[in-house]
Design a protein around this ligand. Structure first.
Ligand code: NAD
Ligand code: 4TP
Length: 333
């Protein structure tokens, strides 16, 4: 079976188009040569980028009625979506916000209809989509809404480190209020089941960070650990989950503690992701757990500062593609 992977290059003024062309024409990993990769993007945008790189790129119209076949070298299958305005590297244009959302919408629709086996996303610029008038906090939340699921979990992985988040894209001042015993139980249940079902870890060991410095220092530096986190963990332990903590984040993210864990649950974005990105930026992946379809992504953003220079690194996109293909294969076993 040849996996059909939808690929959204994301923000047209960022490094996404460059990565798409490199994926087709230069640095594709061996795994990706065994998949059908369907870019959901503006064909002219990709051809302009190919010309900039001095590459001959073939865009093969995607036909869902045809049996899946691997995308040949120097090619991408294409599901065309037109830009509103020509894109210029490094220059955001709110007129193209709707284009980005349309590419994600087509990917979500295709995954829900099982036309695609998975979606791999390139980086989007959350700010310009909001500036264009659409409330958007990230792919994670967008795909959850499209799939009609109340809760999903963002997890990033680099080498043997997996970091999941109890909360995702929200202001720091709102984090404490967003963490309840119920929400933690939902997040940990999704994480536990995904580690079992998608990553084939029979009895996952999950390390849980506290929210406050020193996990609240016995209530002297905050009470969320005592009032919310510990009761949630106790309830889940009674159901058989192997949960470690809550531990102070600066203790949990040390090698001896990490050796005891298959994954870490951080309470908020910048508690967990700096550690993960310090370890593996450029080869890490982002995966949404709890969706009815497979979605992986790059570990980086739009990199507007280097767009158009030709130096964007393909490592994380290749890793995200390989992970998506592996998850499709495991699902189909
Ligand atoms: N997957 C996603 O959609 C995603 C992920 C992270 C950030 N973002 C968004 O991207 C925008 C910019 O975020 P940022 O500037 O904080 O982070 P960024 O990842 O875009 O850039 C951080 C640094 O890493 C470099 N970099 C990023 N990707 C690279 C690559 N492939 N090769 C070489 N160097 C690379 C950049 O040049 C920059 O110096 C924000 O709007 C943010 O929300 C999107
Ligand atoms: N939180 C992610 C990161 O820092 O890499 C990033 O913003 C992407 O999130 P989505 O996959 O939800 O767009």
């Amino acid at each position: 079976m040849i996996p059909r992977i939808a690929f959204t290059p994301g923000e047209p003024a960022g490094v996404g188009p460059e990565l798409a062309v490199k994926l087709a024409c230069s640095g594709r990993s061996p795994d990706a040569t065994r998949a059908q990769i369907i870019a959901i993007a503006d064909p002219d945008l990709l051809q302009q980028e190919a010309a900039r790189q001095g590459r001959a790129l073939q865009l093969i119209p995607f036909d869902p009625e045809q049996p899946s076949s691997p995308t040949p070298a120097d090619s991408l299958h294409i599901l065309p979506v037109a830009l509103a305005h020509e894109a210029h590297p490094g220059q955001l244009d709110i007129a193209n916000g709707a284009y980005v959302l349309e590419t994600l919408q087509r990917a979500a629709d295709g995954c829900k209809a099982r036309t695609f086996d998975a979606v791999v996303t390139g980086p989007v610029h959350k700010g310009v989509i909001n500036d264009a008038g659409v409330a958007f906090s990230g792919h994670t939340e967008f795909f959850a809404e499209q799939a009609g699921v109340e809760k999903v979990v963002m997890m990033l992985a680099a080498d043997d480190l997996r970091v999941a988040l109890a909360t995702t894209h929200l202001p720091l001042k709102d984090v404490s209020g967003a963490i309840s015993a119920d929400s933690l139980q939902q997040v940990l249940t999704i994480l536990h089941r995904s580690l079992q079902n998608q990553f084939r870890i029979e009895q996952p060991r999950i390390g849980v960070c506290g929210l406050n410095p020193h996990a609240g220092e016995g209530g002297h530096l905050g009470r969320e650990e005592i009032e919310v986190i510990e009761p949630a963990l106790d309830t889940l332990r009674a159901l058989g989950m192997h949960l470690i903590g809550p531990l102070p984040a600066d203790t949990l993210f040390t090698p001896p503690q990490l050796a005891r864990c298959d994954a870490v649950l951080a309470m908020y974005h910048d508690q967990g992701l700096p550690v993960l990105k310090f370890k593996g930026f450029g080869r890490a992946i982002n995966i949404t757990l709890g969706l009815p379809f497979i979605r992986t992504s790059v570990d980086h953003g739009t990199a507007l500062n280097i767009a158009g220079t030709g130096i964007a690194d393909l490592g994380s996109l290749n890793a995200a593609l390989s992970q998506a293909i592996e998850l499709v294969q495991l699902r189909n076993l």
